[in-house]
Design a protein around this ligand. Sequence first.
Ligand code: ADP
Length: 417
Amino acid sequence: MAATTTIEQQQRDDLLRTIDADIAGLTDVMVQGGVAELRRRIIDRTQLDSATAPSAAYFLSDNTGRRIAGNIARMPAIDADHSQSSILHADGDPMIVRATRLRGGLTLVVGRSLASSARLIERLQTVIFFVAVPAILASMAAAAVVAARFGDRITVLNNVFTRFDHGERLARVGLNRSRDDLTALAGNVNSHLDRIDELLVAQREISDNIAHELRTPLVHLDTRLIRALELSVDNRMTSELEHARQDIRSIVSLFDSLLDIALAEATSNIDEKAQFFDLSELAANLAELYAASAEEASLDFSTRIAPGIMMRGEPMGITRLIANLLDNAFKYAPYGSRVRMTISEGPRIMVEDNGPGIAKSDRDRIFSRFQRVGESGGGHGLGLALVRIIAARHGLWSVYEDAEPGARFVICIAGEA
Ligand code: ADP
């Protein structure tokens, strides 16, 4: 373990400093009192120490290498000329020793026992094993639990944004009683979604009112044009009047679509008008109507309708939703293309074609109002907005997928595209 190795090294450095101080002291004794005094001091020190497990080691030899004092039997194999130090594994505890040469060719070896340092390291290892390791594991486990809870709460926040984007105007984060930052963030998310919803409602109200107010005078204007057409004797005048009528009809149909959206959005969920109905039957009837125009447009139109799929909702709304998707497929897929409608368990409604499809960069906005992308089919960009609103009223998501090639629109239960 890195920690114990560092502590071990530090202990050794401390002991070497003590040894060096001892050597310096004994060298001084030698200078002051000669060999006899030095020998006496070493004897004094070794006598006070334990004989079996000494804490300090000494060895003093004369210039022939004969031991003249000390508690080490033999000169350790270290270089005294270079004051080398080493670990000595004698009979007792391991010792750290340093040898040095004194005046007159004498050799002095001083050592200190490493036993206390080894015991300290052992105790430290025990502490690390029984206290620090479990503490680290416990804190890692606690961190994992906290991270998982944090992740779950972030997922909840993300899901609310996704649901709101899919037209669930009432999607909000459930708040708990804790006063942490995430709860504060969830509160902020909710109040901002409330605000966005209010702004959207205000914006819609303006356009709905305009549509309401202008639709009637436009219809009157159209009636006047019909009368003028009856009176017209001039060909150019007749053609101009007919163009004017076409323009008026286009504006009226735009207002009708806006008013349809307003009606569908009046309540965010299906109400008491909702009923259980056979989606398979509704889709099959609709397909019959489209089969004739498919033939005219040379489209290869086919259906795959699982029988008896029941759902709760507004049959008129769902008819409108499927019709809008089919209208688009018929409108944007060129002659000879394939268009397929699939109805399956869920309920899941799928309309796909192998026409031009929608570019990746435009896919995010096609379900918003007034969004026309690619080659315009002469529409106002409100059809898919109505699809999304009707789907959301039924608790369903509207998803665009790449049919490779072509467009695929899937209306399904949240998250099951
Ligand atoms: P519009 O009235 O313009 O058709 P929609 O809201 O129905 O408005 O569609 C929005 C845009 O999405 C269209 O302008 C068109 O570019 C694109 N789009 C819709 N359906 C298809 C499709 N099946 N294939 C290719 N593009 C499509």
